[in-house]
Design a protein around this ligand. Structure first.
Ligand SMILES: [Zn+2]
Length: 388
């Protein structure tokens, strides 16, 4: 039995390597794939054959092999090969969508959630949406290729049970069996993960950064993170790794909603910045605050300070994880990037220890509003497509 399970594990690893290599380098020939992945021709042939038979890959044109006019067939992911429904739960909204294997969003909907809404009501919205896709006429031709449902929720989570544990400002959701409820109602596989991890997986699947390892930093109403290392998600012991927002940036500093003190989130998240800026004016949202934060003003100083805190936490993470690439993501991050990015890049480059190895790069996600839904669907592809 043990032998069988390690065989299966190896198969899963090889499939993961091939799938991610094709995703990043497509269209790519078998020969180029072999030299890029380092897998033996036999292994590669087996994996590619399985993906072609299952309809996850498609042969797309040819390329010259460089000698005697011979040409090589190139491979790429088949967008229609599999679909997943993604849900991204935030404290004040629920986004829902249908995503294809290439990470393209076919259907998207975002509904705001009232503070008083019960988890049961929210889960009813989820089942109503999924049923409209799974049973309605609109997507009937592709229904059989919808392989599962992915859900991203605020953490911390119990990954094995598919539940939220004790989320700050999200108490009603504690220990609600989200996965088993959706599975029973809808009858298809359901995968749940922390929303920052989900966003990191979405970034890995659809972001096309051309790297197999990076640290993802979510910035917005909260601050979170996810780590992709050699195409694998690092979840930690309890499934709650990379809580970037709770790295301490001020010893015995401001109280954080996690119950701790001096956390990054208490200084650099959108609610923290709006709270600090409220002493100098009324700001409805971060966009309004940014507009008023002209260079030389006290508001700009608040944002500059937040950038320094962000940079400090990223330097800590880089020293700890030895990553050479950070992706900043989140609905509003493109607004904050003009202030955060130069400071983060400068501080990271200044680190004498790292400078001797290689300076880490920082990029800003180009996935917009649908990022959470793409991430939740990618979680399904990541978990269910491989090693079956
Ligand atoms: Zn905290």
């Amino acid at each position: 039995m043990e032998h069988e399970s390690s065989q299966r594990q190896l198969k899963r690893i090889n499939e993961s390597i091939v799938l991610h290599a094709i995703r990043q380098k497509a269209p790519i020939s078998r020969a180029a794939l072999a030299s890029y992945t380092g897998l033996s021709p036999q292994t590669l042939t087996n994996v590619v054959r399985r993906f072609l038979v299952d309809g996850f890959l498609v042969e797309s044109g040819t390329e010259e092999s460089g000698g005697r006019g011979r040409s090589r067939v190139r491979l790429e992911l088949y967008a229609d090969g599999a679909y997943a429904i993604g849900f991204c739960m935030e404290r004040d909204s629920l986004s829902m969508g249908l995503v294809d294997l290439k990470g393209r969003v076919l259907d998207y909907k975002c509904e705001s959630i009232e503070v008083m809404e019960s988890p049961q009501q929210t889960m009813k919205r989820m089942t109503a949406y999924a049923s409209s896709i799974l049973q309605g006429d609109g997507y009937a031709p592709i229904r059989s290729r919808i392989i599962g449902i992915g859900v991203g929720t605020p953490g911390p989570i119990d990954y094995d049970k598919g539940e939220v544990v004790s989320p700050p400002n999200y108490e009603a959701w504690a220990r609600i069996p989200i996965r088993s409820f959706l599975h029973e109602e809808l009858g298809c596989p359901v995968v749940i993960d922390n929303s920052s991890t989900v966003a990191a997986i979405g970034e890995h699947w659809a972001g096309r950064w051309g790297t197999d390892s990076f640290l993802y930093c979510y910035w917005g109403m909260g601050i979170g993170g996810g780590l992709i290392a050699a195409d694998k998600v690092y979840r930690g012991q309890s499934g709650n790794a990379i809580e970037l927002g709770h790295i301490v940036v001020e010893s015995r500093g401001r109280a954080c909603q996690c119950g701790g003190q001096g956390c990054l989130e208490a200084y650099a998240s959108i609610p923290a910045l709006l709270r600090e800026a409220s002493a100098y004016g009324e700001f409805r949202d971060f966009g309004q605050l940014l507009k008023a934060a002209e260079p030389g003003t006290v508001l700009r100083e608040i944002l500059d300070r937040a950038a320094e805190y962000m940079a400090q936490a990223m330097v800590t993470a880089i020293n700890l994880l030895d990553v050479d690439f950070i992706v900043l993501g989140g609905d509003h991050v493109h607004l904050a990037a003009e202030i955060f990015l130069p400071v983060m890049k400068r501080r990271i480059a200044e680190q004498p220890l790292r400078a001797k190895v290689a300076a880490a790069r920082v990029g800003v996600s180009s996935l917009k509003q649908e990022a959470g839904v793409i991430g939740a669907a990618s979680l399904v592809f990541h978990e269910l497509l491989l090693g079956q």
